[in-house]
Structures are given as structure tokens and as C-alpha cells.
Design a protein around this ligand. Structure first.
Ligand SMILES: [Zn+2]
Length: 237
């Protein structure tokens, strides 16, 4: 090959990269991070084989339980997803900083837990954007990887969230912890209900959640003892 040929190769490479960049640019609104894109599929599993499970906590941060939950997760070396209300982020910025500093993953759960099932994409986008802005005021640059619709009332939120780079995040197991049925009952429901790859819905906010934190504290070592591994939900559907 001639010297001239050698020179041309990087040029072609650049051109190819440019084309790749342009094609990605077309879908840039769905860009969710290095090498990843969000899509409108509601993720409800870890996407990993074997005994894997992902814990997700909604409606915080909450002055009562979030801090204790973070202690439990930190001691047990478990990473989890926190689906935050923008309003609660404003009230408890230090807890949000702690969530991020301790390696957990953020999820947009709207400003005030709005039911968006009948909202237009424009209305949804405005709320989700405002929520992300509130979060980024507190933790600038932090990745907000997921979106979860309050009440599971998805409406048109999955397409809007995906377009904003957030993967819609559902769940496979809910133990209805908001009813506070007792820690023993919650432990039993978790132990019986978790299946391979489950995303588990729990709550650290929206009310008093001491039972949830106690149940999580008891369940983590038991599940590990049975060979379960704690991980995060799949990044895309
Ligand atoms: Zn919620």
C-alpha cells in the first residue's frame, strides 16, 4: 500500500465515524449514556440469568426511612434504584446526594406523583423535565437512568421517557408494603414472591416505611444464603 493509501485510511475512518455520529444524532433524544439507548419497553427484569434480583424504592426521599435504608443497603453492599419525587428531592437534598454518593441509581418518579395516564406527551415531557431539573440542581450531572409512572399508570409516558433517555421501569413483584401488613408478612411475601430476574417494587417514602426497611434488612442475607445476587434492572427493554 502506498503512503497515500495510508493517509486515506484515517480519512475514511473519520468519514465513517461522522456518518455514525450523524445517524446517532437523528435519535440523539433517545441517547441514554455511553453505548446505550433507552426504548419505550417497560423493563421489569434484571435481564441477567440465574438467581438475580433488583430492589427498587419509590416515593422518597423520606426523612424517616431513607437514611436507615441507605445504612442497611450500604452495610450489605447492595445497590438499588431510587424512584424520586421532585417535590421530595427539594425537601431532602442531602439524602439525594447520599443516594448518589453511595452508588445507587436514580429514577424519575414525577414531581408530585401525578397520574399521567391521560396526559399528552407535551404535558408529560414538561413534568419529567422539571423533575430532572430539580434532581440536577441537587446532584449536577448525575445520570437519571429510569422513569417509573406513578400507580403504574403508564399512558404515553414510556415513549416520552425513552425519548428523554430514561428507560421506563416497571416491576415483577410488589409486596404491597404501603399497607404495612407487618414485617413478618413482608419478609414472607418477598421470600415467596421473588423469581429469577425480578425487579421488586418497594417504598421508602410516601408514608411511614419502617416495616419495609426492617423486611429488606432481614431478606437480603436470607436470599444471599440461597444463592441470590442483587443487581440492577436491565438498562433497556
Ligand atoms: Zn410511587
Amino acid at each position: 500500500m502506498t503512503v497515500r493509501g495510508h493517509r486515506r485510511t484515517p480519512g475514511r475512518l473519520l468519514a465513517a465515524l461522522l456518518v455514525l455520529g450523524l445517524s446517532l444524532g437523528v435519535t440523539s433524544t433517545a441517547w441514554a449514556g455511553p453505548g446505550r439507548t433507552a426504548n419505550s419497553t417497560v423493563v421489569d427484569s434484571t435481564g441477567q440469568p440465574g438467581r438475580t434480583v433488583a430492589l427498587t424504592f419509590d416515593d422518597g426521599p423520606n426523612a424517616g426511612e431513607t437514611s436507615r435504608l441507605l445504612d442497611v443497603l450500604g452495610t450489605r453492599d447492595v445497590r438499588a434504584v431510587f424512584c424520586l419525587w421532585g417535590q421530595h428531592v427539594r425537601q431532602h437534598p442531602d439524602l439525594v446526594r447520599r443516594i448518589v454518593a453511595e452508588g445507587h441509581v436514580l429514577c424519575n418518579h414525577t414531581m408530585r406523583h401525578e397520574n399521567m395516564s391521560t396526559w399528552s406527551p407535551q404535558e408529560i415531557r414538561a413534568n419529567l423535565r422539571a423533575t430532572n431539573e430539580v434532581i440536577h440542581d441537587v446532584v449536577p450531572g448525575a445520570e437519571i437512568r429510569y422513569f417509573r409512572a406513578p400507580y403504574g399508570a403508564w399512558g404515553r409516558t414510556p415513549e416520552v421517557a425513552a425519548d428523554m433517555g430514561m428507560q421506563p421501569l416497571g416491576w415483577r413483584l410488589s409486596v404491597r408494603d404501603w399497607n404495612r401488613p407487618g414485617t413478618d408478612v413482608l419478609v414472607q411475601r418477598l421470600m415467596n414472591g421473588i423469581s429469577r430476574g425480578s425487579v421488586v417494587l418497594l417504598h421508602d417514602g410516601g408514608g411511614e416505611r419502617a416495616q419495609t426497611v426492617d423486611a429488606v434488612s432481614r431478606v437480603i442475607p436470607r436470599l444471599r444464603g440461597e444463592g441470590w445476587r442483587f443487581t440492577l434492572p436491565a438498562r433497556t427493554g
